[in-house]
Design a protein around this ligand. Structure first.
Ligand code: ATP
Ligand code: F6P
Length: 498
């Protein structure tokens, strides 16, 4: 239980303290004195709650000394320190508290009951009205600051495409390096879709500096990025947005970009995202700088390592090793479908790393009778099929089979007759959610640094690239997206000798 402490309501230091608080700056000297006479001072021990979620709003609290945590759904959202005010929502909202407040160190709070403020014999209705108005003013100015913050977007990051390890990492590093070079960085909340919609709620402010974050953390959409360096997933996007291929939508996005005075746009993703950026580039003035960062497990951007490809192969190979052990144990044949729409980089390298028996790539054409025979002579087999295998054929014939199932069907047509139970596994999307490994995090860091340099030196329509340890930059017009894999490696991955 908090302990009520004595204090002198006429203490000049106390009056000075109260005059610093924006909520009370609307009161004149007399009103402030009568307000002060309604205050009570309470001491809280460290860990003691002030109020809990669900309790009634009936008090406004002023932090006189100490520190408190503001918690929602078990998370600490922020801290309150000396001169901070909480509970002031009770001036306009009489629903129960949606948060819990705990003292995190010995704390003193000056408290005023709402019932006392509303009692005309203690506080005039005029002064109470002023307090309510002042609270509304503070709320709306915050909203105005938010509007202002998003009305001039400096650098805008747009993540699209399928998730891959490293989206979050590169966004965190871009924020760090660009902010350190004096830029303000923002992100579209949901990729290209947000550019078309263009509402304030479609944008986020991404922040690297802790002190800057503390200043603006209450504003809409502010995200502290350092923890994203190592985070899984892609925080600023949702489902794909195929409608961005429509010119009308691209035009709407271009208008919104100009309306929000964007100075530079960075697209992050695979070849589809690059195509979206290139289309946008046609509709925007040259002064708006444009960049692209390749993040894709399947490495479908030529001339550079792609962020996500190393984690993808590491996790993909480990997944195949598990199938190899299971296949050996049960005497089975697994046909695993892995990423690889065009070149098949991910499927091939994962297969190689794990020492699986055959990689079936989008362009592979095997003699299926020989493959069937080779399987029949084995106790256990693991075959990796890239998702793009016979994709056009399957699509044009409207076939429902996945690439793995289609390959199995071809084997059956070729007369496969094996004691091994054959199991086709579903497409391995799970790898997209893997934790980025050190190589991809380092690659993300290098590309972010290179991009910052390109931006600072006034370049545009460029992609930072890293190949064989060297950093480059490739102009948009020279980026090739058909990334074929080495045929020597495809031979190495053929342990069936077919
Ligand atoms: N030809 C195009 N023109 C304009 N926008 C496009 C085009 N192709 C794709 N996009 C946009 O880019 C987004 C991402 O494309 P896509 O789904 O092909 O992923 P990606 O960037 O290639 O990444 P990944 O291949 O790793 O999934 C799409 O949701 C769409 O909004
Ligand atoms: O999960 P979705 O939307 O079907 O996307 C599948 C595509 O995404 C990717 O996994 C890339 O992220 C491709 O390899 C694949 O073609």
């Amino acid at each position: 239980m908090p302990i009520e402490a004595n204090f002198n309501p006429n203490d000049p230091a106390l009056l000075d303290f109260l005059k610093q608080i924006p909520l009370l700056q609307c009161l004149d000297e007399t009103e402030l004195n009568s307000f002060t006479s309604l205050l009570q001072l309470f001491s809280y021990n460290s860990g003691e709650p002030v109020y809990k979620v669900g309790s009634m709003r009936d008090t406004i609290y002023f932090v006189h000394e100490g520190r408190l945590s503001f918690e929602k759904s078990g998370y600490i959202i922020r801290f309150f320190d000396q001169q901070d005010v909480f509970g002031d929502y009770s001036l306009i909202n009489n629903s129960p508290h949606s948060s819990t407040i705990h003292a995190t160190e010995p704390t003193e709070l000056l408290e005023v009951r709402l019932a006392d403020l509303q009692d005309e014999s203690k506080f005039t209705s005029g002064a109470y009205g002023k307090l309510c108005k002042q609270f509304a003013y503070l709320l709306t100015t915050r909203r105005r600051h938010e509007e202002e913050m998003y009305s001039e977007i400096d650098v805008l990051v747009v993540q699209d495409g399928g998730c891959a390890p490293g989206y979050n990492s590169v966004t965190a590093f871009l924020t760090e390096f660009l902010e350190k070079s004096g830029r303000r960085v923002f992100a579209a909340s949901e990729g290209f879709r947000s550019l078309v919609s263009g509402d304030l709620r479609d944008f986020r402010r991404v922040v690297y500096s802790g002190s800057l974050y503390r200043l603006i953390e209450d504003f809409h959409g502010v995200v502290f990025t350092p923890p994203l360096r190592e985070a899984r997933g892609a925080d600023f996007r949702s489902e794909r947005y195929p409608d961005f291929k429509e010119l009308e939508n691209q035009k709407r996005a271009a208008e919104n970009i100009k309306k929000r005075k964007v100075k530079a746009i960075i697209g992050i993703g695979g070849d589809g995202t690059l195509a979206g950026m290139q289309s946008l580039g046609e509709l925007l003035p040259d002064e708006i700088q444009m960049f692209f960062v390749p993040v894709t497990i399947d490495s479908d951007i030529y001339g550079t390592d792609c962020i996500g490809q190393y984690t993808g192969v590491e996790v993909g190979a480990e997944k195949i090793r598990c199938y190899m052990a299971d296949a050996r144990t049960h005497g089975r044949c697994y046909i695993i479908e892995m990423m690889g729409r065009e070149g098949g980089y991910h499927a091939l390298h994962s297969c190689l790393g794990a020492g699986a028996h055959l990689a079936v790539l989008p362009d592979s054409r095997y003699n299926m009778k020989r493959v069937a025979k080779a399987i029949e002579n084995r106790h256990a087999t693991v075959i990796v099929v890239a998702e793009g295998y016979r994709a056009k054929e399957r699509k044009s014939n409207n076939l429902k089979e996945s690439a793995a199932e289609y390959f199995y069907k071809e084997l059956l047509d070729a007369g496969l007759n094996t004691a091994q139970r054959v199991v086709c596994e579903a497409f391995s999307r799970d790898i997209r959610g893997a934790l980025p490994n050190n190589t991809d995090i380092t690659l993300a860091q290098r590309m972010a640094k290179k991009l910052t340099f390109l931006m600072q030196t006034g370049q545009t329509k460029m992609m930072p690239a890293v190949l064989s340890g060297q950093e480059y930059a490739i102009p948009f017009d020279d980026i090739r997206t058909h990334n074929t894999v080495s045929s020597d490696l495809a031979v190495l991955a053929n342990r069936l000798g077919v």
